[in-house]
Design a protein around this ligand. Structure first.
Ligand code: BLA
Length: 510
């Protein structure tokens, strides 16, 4: 794991952003209990809803809304469930012929939360008509890079934001802009890396569940929810809210970047945050709920396509693993000792996982190829290796950073892909990579991603996002996720080969 400096993460990771007690002013929030009596409401309710006074806690909602309107909201609430926690009602009226609203309805602890935004019928019809053509344009696009490129372009056209980026997470939770569509004249962010601390843990978790985040104006004053606590005495939980006010620290971050409005759409693949689409605008920008819904649907289709892409390549990996195993089986059949098979394994593997050296320790016999460490150097690693979690491939681009005993040969072999071949942790196949000096371009110095505020009371985001180059030495090229998966399937195949060979050996003897 990479780490930059020894800052205290907890400040950022602990900020209870889901209990912020405020909303953004482009809508109004009303919460009710199971009797549909008001428990909380935002201070701007009467203004947004066009009522002559705010609904007050304790009042039945029926004093403000018609029975038919309440039935419609109850229906929406009844349709919420684990997979669709938030229901949407477009063009809702709380009195016949009244103004129309778009409403998001969800449960939060003991209350039901309703969030109202202005509705525009003509726009709404437009948005509905966009869905099919939009999704058609993703069809037939092959490969993750091309998909991201097309998607960024489409989201830019759809939402009208100045800049739309596809941002993909690395295994260390930092992220990289891998595709970008931007207004002419803006400087490119393509290829820039952002440290993992830019998005704290709780924000990631929230974002995974509630995949859409709009901050329509970073200079907006948030509107208070009154009272701030729900009937159970806890601060109202706004995890699934669409109006939730923005964290002050994040707003500062966006302002430092020169962003006045932001829209983020999560890309979740197999339940994990894969990346996101980050949209920036240099002036305030509101996106109606119906258009956000289209963008969200689009991102769901996009997530599925990424998933399908990885299913396809997993299928290829499995086929590759099977071929490798068959090849080994045939070639090893004549010789029952795995220890002698390194040249063969090395050659077969060179095609699928490029490497500069390979070590094999089998039946206590060591063999080495290319830039692999010497036998005594390798054996010095064994105590540490046997402490590692059993039966799992370990990949590192800087083994000396993790095992002191590897410093002796790190000039020849900096990165290692360690494939344990037995439960007893004594047989290993290890692929080695030489050092490869690399340059990473960060958006601002990652060492200063978080600073203490002038009064020292809290952390603040960095002020400058100017490209900051970091030369990485002592590291090899990283092992890609695909290479690690190949190694994992190879491990399974090799163990199978070993077991069969042992079996045959036993049969011959008996
Ligand atoms: C949230 N920070 C986020 C989110 C993103 C980023 C995408 C979540 C979605 C959102 O709220 O829009 C970061 N935005 C980026 C990055 C790019 C981008 C990397 O456009 C690159 C192109 N942020 C900090 C520090 C802290 C911090 C030091 O830099 C904490 C001390 C906090 N980030 C922070 C918080 C949130 C956040 C609290 C949640 C904001 C919220 O939901 O209100």
């Amino acid at each position: 794991n990479w780490s930059y400096g020894n800052w205290d993460l907890t400040d950022c990771d602990r900020e209870p952003i889901h209990q912020i007690g405020h909303i953004q002013p482009f809508g109004a929030l009303v919460a009710v209990d199971s009797d549909w009596s008001v428990t909380n409401r935002s201070a701007n309710s009467s203004e947004v809803l066009g009522l002559d006074r705010n609904p007050e806690p304790g009042q039945p909602l029926a004093e403000h809304f018609s029975d038919a309107a309440i039935d419609r909201l109850k229906g929406a609430l009844a349709r919420t469930n684990e997979s669709t926690p938030v229901e949407r009602v477009f063009g809702f009226r709380f009195e016949p012929d009244g103004t129309q609203f778009d409403v998001a309805v969800h449960r939060s602890g003991p209350v039901a939360i309703m969030e109202f935004e202005p509705h525009d019928d003509a726009e709404y019809a437009n948005h509905v008509a966009m869905v099919a053509p939009l999704i058609t344009q993703l069809e037939g696009v092959q490969g993750i890079d091309a998909l991201c490129e097309r998607a960024a372009q489409l989201i830019k056209e759809l939402t009208g934001f100045d800049r739309v980026m596809a941002y993909r997470f690395h295994p260390d939770e930092s992220g990289e802009v891998i595709a970008e569509a931007r207004k002419e004249g803006l400087e490119p962010y393509l290829g820039l890396r952002y440290p993992r601390t830019d998005i704290p843990q709780q924000a990631r978790e929230l974002f995974r569940r509630n995949r859409f985040r709009i901050i329509s104006d970073t200079s907006d004053a948030p509107v208070a929810i009154e009272p701030p606590v729900s009937p159970d005495g806890e601060p109202l939980d706004l995890s699934m809210s669409v109006l939730r006010a923005q964290s002050e620290i994040h707003v500062e971050y966006l302002r430092n970047m020169g962003v006045a409005a932001s829209l983020s759409i999560a890309v979740v693949v197999k339940g994990k945050l894969w990346g996101l689409f980050a949209c920036h605008h240099d002036s305030p920008r509101h996106v109606p709920y119906s258009l956000r819904t289209v963008a969200e649907m689009f991102s769901q289709v996009f997530s599925l396509m990424i998933d399908r892409n990885s299913i396809d390549s997993n299928e290829q990996l499995r086929t590759r693993g099977r071929n490798l195993r068959d090849q080994l089986m045939v070639q090893l059949a004549g010789d029952t000792r795995l220890a002698k098979s390194l040249p063969l394994i090395d050659e077969v593997l060179a095609e699928v996982i490029p490497h500069d050296g390979a070590s094999l320790l089998a039946d206590d016999v060591y063999s080495a190829r290319g830039s692999a460490p010497l036998e005594n150097e390798f054996r010095a690693l064994l105590p540490a290796l046997s402490d590692a979690p059993a039966g799992k491939v370990i990949a590192t681009d800087c083994i000396a950073g993790q095992l002191k005993s590897a410093e002796a040969f790190s000039d020849r072999a900096a990165g290692a892909l360690i494939i344990p071949l037995s439960r007893k942790q004594s047989d290993y196949l290890v692929l080695w990579r030489k050092e490869l000096p690399q340059k990473v371009t960060w958006a601002g110095n990652p060492e200063e991603a978080m600073l203490k505020s002038p009064d020292g009371a809290r952390l603040t985001p960095r002020k400058s996002f100017e490209a900051w180059s970091e030369e990485l030495s002592g590291r090899s090229q990283q092992w890609s996720e695909e290479e690690i998966e190949t190694a994992e399937s190879l491990r399974v195949s090799l163990i199978e080969v070993i077991l069969r060979l042992t079996d045959e050996a036993l049969n011959v003897r008996s």
